[in-house]
Structures are given as structure tokens and as C-alpha cells.
Ligand binder design. Structure first.
Ligand SMILES: [Zn+2]
Length: 352
């Protein structure tokens, strides 16, 4: 969902973005890379941090891009041109989504280094890469159908999409180093604090460096679009929206002038304003959903027009369904709506 209050944010680099395979230096030893993505969201930002581990000089990489030949070729260009002849010493992964972890196995094998990631996301990536559980297939289709998605054509396509995750993440590193909330990494002489965020991925890690005034926010705080917050079939009664909102509220304890390095979009200042915008955005959507369900019982599919106000393709519809259920579950689990399973096998939510 586009940010209507984007003008409250400031982009210190203006419109400058790295070319694919290129690099922009944001601070001494902090480099911004960009890789393409085969989605409507067409790019991901990655970060190179000058580092030294056990006396060896090199680089820490944050996030990897999806596993395809185009991204591997861009990495080769980065290795040749932007590492100053030094090795990559570690690969930090913010969360298990394909654009972030895709090439982690390739990078860590090539450089004989460790992947650093939360245990929850590591284990979920291992599971999702090696199987079809939770990322498409019959259980996903049944979940969407139980929330009112009745278009047989769409459901058939969702059933057929069972290898979606492995196609972008064919392998996951076989070992890892565990990141947790509160852990401090020393990267190139600067402390970087791990901040866990919930609601977008099971245990997303953002990194904050007080001395550099930088926050690598991952997907938890993005300047232009709102972070996807979805309920998925493996945890149908989850409340990711409440978890997400409480996670971003914690970001308000960081300094207001922090330069935010997001996974998508451009580095920006205005972290506190952005958290307020995201809170307001979801508060408005929750109010809309509460009102609609109080007027008459609704299922998630029939709220898509209200929530998204635009035509969605199948890929967007599956994300949108997850978001719609997230708003409904937040209201249901906090006692503001009730839920019942009707004779047609569809959950409908209504006022108390
Ligand atoms: Zn993500």
C-alpha cells in the first residue's frame, strides 16, 4: 500500500541509487548494493559492511538476493569491483524470505564463511526449501477457500504453486550462527544491536548501530510501501498484525535522526514519522474492517476491495488475502469481532 505521507520523510541521497552490480558508499565502510527481483517489487537493497574477524580484514554482507543467474552475475561484479581485494567474512540474513536468503548458501560456500540469522527463520527456511509445506499447494488453497476465496481458477493455480519457495531458495546453508534480540555484533569496530521484529517473518532481525546512527531495517520499516503482514496456512489463528505494530513501536526508542537503510526503496530519515504513519495506516484499516463486519458478517475475500481499492493479480491476491485475514484475526483475537464457521466452510466475522 503506497505511503500518502511520504513527503514527511527525507532522502539524504536524493534520487541516487546504485546501478545493478554497482555500489554507493553511505558512510566509511558502509556500502549500498542493489539487485533485481522478478516481482512487481523489482529490487532489493543489500549492504556491505567493512569488517575484521579474528584478525582477518574483509566484509560482512547483509542479505543476498534471490537465487538466479542474473543475481549471481551481479555478485561476481561486486566481488571484482567493490571488495578491495578482501574476502566476505560473514553473511547476515534479516529473515527467511527468498529475496533475502536466496543466495545465502551460494555466498557462504563460495567464501567459506558462516550465515548469521535467527534460529526461527533458519529452521523455517530449511523446511520451506526442502518441502512444499506452507508456501503453496493444497493446504494454502484450502486456507484461502476457508476465508472466502471461491474462484476455482485462482485456487487451482495456488494448488499448483507448491514449489514456489524452493524455486527461489534451492538451498539453505547447512549451518548457522544464531542472531537474537539484544545480541551485539562488532562489525568493523562498530557495535550493531540485533532488534527482533515479529509479524512479517517469524523472527526478523534488524541491526542498529548507535555510533554510526544507522538502522538496517530489513522489511520491518520501508519508506514507500507498507510491510506485508499476513496470516498463512500453517498458523491460521496467528495475530501477526498486533505483533508487527508492537514491534515497530519499539523502534521509537531509537534516535529520531537515525538513517534507515530499508530492503526496498531508498535510505531515509524520519523513522519516528514512518512508525506513526504505519500505525495510522493499520488503525484506519482496522476501523474500516470493524465497521464493515459490524454492518454485516464478512469473510476475508470480500474485504479485499475495501482494503486494497485496486485490481490485484493472483500473486497480489494471495498476499492481500493474508493481510485481510491478519486484520480480521487482530480484531477477533482482541475481542472486537466474533468469528463463526458457516455451513459453506467459510469463516465469517461479525460485530459483538
Ligand atoms: Zn520479507
Amino acid at each position: 500500500m503506497a505511503n500518502l505521507r511520504e513527503s514527511e520523510l527525507h532522502y539524504p541521497l536524493g534520487d541516487a541509487v546504485p546501478t545493478p552490480g554497482g555500489m554507493l558508499e553511505l558512510a566509511p565502510g558502509v556500502r549500498w548494493l542493489r539487485m533485481g527481483l522478478p516481482f512487481a517489487l523489482d529490487h532489493i537493497n543489500l549492504w556491505l559492511l567493512r569488517d575484521e574477524i579474528d584478525g582477518q580484514a574483509g566484509w560482512t554482507v547483509v542479505d543476498c538476493g534471490v537465487a538466479n543467474d542474473a543475481t549471481r552475475a551481479l555478485w561476481e561484479q561486486v566481488f571484482a569491483e567493490h571488495l578491495e581485494g578482501l574476502p566476505i567474512l560473514r553473511v547476515v540474513v534479516t529473515h527467511f524470505h527468498p529475496d533475502h536468503i536466496g543466495l545465502a548458501a551460494w555466498l557462504t560456500e563460495r567464501w567459506q564463511c558462516r550465515a548469521w540469522i535467527s534460529a526461527t527463520d533458519f529452521n523455517l527456511a530449511r523446511l520451506a526449501s526442502g518441502s512444499t509445506v506452507g508456501m503453496g499447494g493444497n493446504t494454502a488453497a484450502a486456507f484461502f477457500a476457508s476465508h472466502g476465496l471461491s474462484d476455482e481458477d485462482s485456487l487451482a493455480k495456488i494448488r499448483a504453486r507448491s514449489s514456489y519457495y524452493p524455486s527461489m531458495v534451492p538451498a539453505v546453508p547447512s549451518s548457522f550462527r544464531r542472531l537474537m534480540d539484544g545480541l551485539q555484533l562488532n562489525i568493523g569496530g562498530h557495535a550493531w544491536h540485533c532488534i527482533t521484529g515479529y509479524g512479517h517473518a517469524p523472527e526478523h532481525i534488524s541491526l542498529h548501530s548507535p555510533s554510526l546512527g544507522l538502522l538496517i531495517s530489513g522489511d520491518m520499516v520501508l519508506p514507500r510501501i507498507s510491510t506485508n503482514v499476513s496470516v498463512v496456512d500453517v498458523e491460521p489463528e496467528a495475530d501477526p498484525l498486533s505483533l508487527y505494530l508492537s514491534s515497530i513501536q519499539r523502534m521509537l526508542s531509537l534516535p529520531a535522526d537515525t538513517l534507515v537503510l530499508p530492503s526496498h526503496g531508498k535510505p531515509f530519515t524520519g523513522l519516528h514519522a514512518r512508525v506513526d504513519q504505519l500505525q495510522e495506516h493499520h488503525d484506519e484499516r482496522l476501523a474500516d474492517v470493524l465497521q464493515a463486519c459490524s454492518a454485516k458478517p464478512c469473510h476475508a475475500a470480500e474485504l479485499l476491495d475495501l482494503l486494497f481499492k485496486r485490481k490485484l493479480d493472483l500473486h497480489q491476491t494471495t498476499f492481500a488475502m493474508g493481510e485481510s485475514v491478519a486484520h480480521l484475526n487482530a480484531l477477533w483475537l482482541s475481542g472486537r469481532l466474533q468469528r463463526r464457521l458457516d455451513a459453506d466452510g467459510v469463516y465469517r466475522f461479525s460485530g459483538l
